[in-house]
Design a protein around this ligand. Structure first.
Ligand code: AMP
Ligand code: FE
Ligand code: FE
Ligand code: ZN
Length: 281
């Protein structure tokens, strides 16, 4: 019995380690199957599949899409979609374009605050088309403006801070539809982040289920045992699938490891089959 990790970020978005390295770490952590869920991009999949093959690790197509929720964000994970679906690829490209419209505005604000950097430098550090705030945070670390990514977010980049700029985001129902249109299963990522509990969270998940949501990320690095149990009950109550993952990012979340999160994460591999069966392809 191995474990799963269905939430991982690589250098193809805002993670700091390439897919092959993630696969090697997954192997050491006894991960049997995983999904690289980069933000708005699928280019990490071929390298992951190639690195995983000799180790017998199953790589599932995955993606994470940020959507708008009140004045905050709600993240939707997608699995088992067709990674060559041209409509999905075009939709993800529009999301990356919205990043390229927002990011220079963040850079401008930072410069107004006396932090010297250019968007070209950010893009060079990122080395991918899916450029995110964690790349800006890493550049600020490299330049010595902050010691940690957390400090970069707390001082500048988090919502409400001096260099924060919102970007255009799809509605949660759209993100779900995009994944379903490509044959995949849509899952509510880290339900802890939506800052709703009890009745309010149940109502939200009911609405998302009506829009096509297939599951909830019950197992997550920063969930407490109580939260895991609450989200599990919610998933059962609404007849939604249960998934889980670490949300590994490497350098910008240094306390989180592939497969084991902060050390106490275990995503049972029996969860994979129902997820696969729920996909349309
Ligand atoms: P973006 O998608 O470019 O708006 O950036 C959001 C991403 O930043 C999230 O998906 C997380 O990976 C990361 N993030 C958000 N808050 C923090 C934080 N406090 N510390 C480190 N990373 C964060
Ligand atoms: Fe991220
Ligand atoms: Fe997320
Ligand atoms: Zn994530």
């Amino acid at each position: 019995m191995g474990r799963l990790d269905l939430h991982l970020h690589s250098t193809h978005s805002d993670g700091s380690q390439p897919p092959a390295e993630i696969i090697a770490m997954a192997h050491k952590a006894d991960v049997r199957a995983l999904a690289i869920t980069d933000h708005d991009i699928l280019t990490g999949l071929p390298d992951a599949v190639e690195a995983a093959r000799p180790l017998g690790i199953d790589v599932i197509p995955g993606v994470e899409i940020s959507s708008r929720f009140d004045d905050d964000e709600l993240h939707i994970l997608g699995y088992y979609f067709d990674p060559a679906d041209p409509t999905l690829l075009a939709r993800l490209k529009t999301l990356r374009e919205s990043r390229h419209r927002r990011n220079p505005l963040i850079v401008e604000r930072l410069r107004d605050l006396g932090v010297s950097l250019t968007y070209d430098e950010v893009r060079e550090l990122a080395g991918t088309d899916a450029v995110g705030r964690p790349h800006i945070a890493r550049l600020l670390m490299e330049k010595g403006h902050v010691k940690t990514a957390k400090e970069a977010f707390d001082r500048y980049l988090a919502r409400g801070k001096a260099a924060y700029v919102a970007r255009e985001l799809p509605e949660p129902t759209e993100a779900i539809r995009w994944i379903r249109d490509a044959g995949g299963v849509a899952v509510l990522a880290h339900p802890l982040w939506v800052k709703r509990t009890g009745e309010a969270l149940r109502k939200l998940c009911e609405k998302l289920k009506e829009a096509g949501l297939g599951g909830i990320e019950v197992h997550y690095s920063t969930h407490t045992p109580q939260q895991t149990s609450d989200f599990l009950n919610l998933a059962r109550h609404l007849d939604l699938l249960v998934t889980g993952g670490s949300d590994y990012h490497g350098l910008t979340k240094p306390d989180i490891e592939v497969g084991t999160g902060r050390g106490n994460l275990t995503v049972p591999d029996k969860l994979l089959e129902p997820l696969k069966n729920a996909a349309a392809i």
